[in-house]
Design a protein around this ligand. Sequence first.
Ligand code: FAD
Length: 521
Amino acid sequence: MGKVITTRSLSTVGKSKTRTQSLIPKLPGKLCTDPESISMASTDFGNIVRGTPRGVLQPSCHEEIVDLVRDAYSNDNTSVPFPIAARGCGHSVRGQALALGGVVVDMTSLASCQGSTGGGAAIAVSWSRPFGHYADVGGGQLWRDVLEETLRHGLAPVSWTDYLYVTVGGTLSNAGISGQTFRYGPQISNVYEMDVITGTLELTTCSPDENPDLFYSVLGGLGQFGIIMRARIALDRAPKRVKWVRILYSDFSAFTRDQEHLVSKNARDQDDALDYVEGLLLVHQGPPDSWRSSFFPEPDHLRIGSLIDRHKIIYCLEVAKYYDDLTENTVNEDLENLFRGLSHIPEFLFQKDIAYIDFLDRVRKGELKLRAQGRWDVPHPWLNLFVPKSRISDFHDGVFKNIVLKRSITTGTVLIYPVNRNKWDDRMSAVVPDEDVFYFVGFLHACGFDDWQEFDLQNKELLQFCEDAGIEVKQYLPHFGSEPEWMRHFGSKWRLFRERKARFDPKMIFAPGQRIFDRNR
Ligand code: FAD
């Protein structure tokens, strides 16, 4: 972990209302309390929020987690049970995986243990009816490892995140989205069943047919209902290579019109449909590539730079088409057909041909570069939003043109791409706008220890703009400080979310860093 700054501490949460002392976890000899373990579990990728746990459990089997939860639950009603946070890689940005004064369960330590996937270890690829091919995967496994193992069988999951060094349990607690979401849905829509440890049930298998309430609660459930020990993930035949294309627009309406066309049912249903559709803004001077990927050929940097200078904002459509030996001869023609009729700037189309694994793992290179420069473990006041399609043009004018350009501090990446709501299951806990198509907009600011507050101010300003303009955005990887804000976020799902919490975690011990429920109330 890099230098940690404390600006807003989780210690404010629940502090004033503590009735009695929290129970002290028993588990003698199992909890790590050495400074390195405590420091690792006290902050996250965001480097903004801090919360020191009493100990870190590095389990070697699921029974140790069951014991820990039982321990937290076995109080006599006079003590407040200690909180427990499952931690994947801690790639949250606002303390969501912290457990102030409680126990952090390092889920990645299970990934390296031998044993059954029910125990949280291993990645096992199988086939059976009615699923077809699937992988049983421990909750602490990295998606990068899932990819590598499934590729050995010529298979792969269909839905991804842009960055693969996050855990299965971590992304399933949110949604897991990327350029494949328009076609396959988020990762939470590609799970057949899970094993979960809740506060009231020990290790329980759930699926749409077996304990469905638990299944739908946990998917997108922000870690509130229990700990995901195993997930059964849908697999498909893995392609070999990818045509990866970026095309530039100076006109926002043309850009969104083309994006919406490419994710539409008509385009999706074609044999030559794209496998990945994203988009990003190019707003700053200097090289057009961001830390997340080097893409544009160096000889073209100058002319792309002049284009950005001229228009202030350039919209970059990013798409990918997978292929293998069978489709190698037709992929270029398919792409040409797809691009015919798009309204991009004709001479600004760039293409790469890379291995499938390199495409999916494209952000890793940027991470390693930043790490080498000491720019990875810095504050990350990232903001991720879902914006209804009907208001994306107002969002563009108010946020991109009037806030981002005027402040001119967005030196990171701004992602923007549409997804289809019918690929999300409303029974799940995840919350999205109530429109058939909505946009994901991610402000992945790159800043330092000195200037991150400026980015945070920009986040607040743009959220206020949306509020004033009546643009009903939903936060992805949400972060709120009060119950009314959470109620508003969940909208019509709030009552059910609260009931499910009372059912599966009545003492409110899980994922306290999300700051949704105050167990001292
Ligand atoms: P953590 O941050 O450790 O945990 C997140 C939450 O899940 C916490 O509340 C935690 O308690 C809970 N949790 C963790 N494991 C479990 C479990 N086994 N059972 C129950 N609850 C659990 N997200 C996307 O969707 N798409 C992207 O393209 C994307 N790109 C990213 C790129 C970078 C560089 C980074 C840093 C993050 C990115 N993310 C993306 C966000 C990432 O998916 C989330 O941070 C997510 O939480 C996974 O991270 P993690 O495994 O480190 O989970």
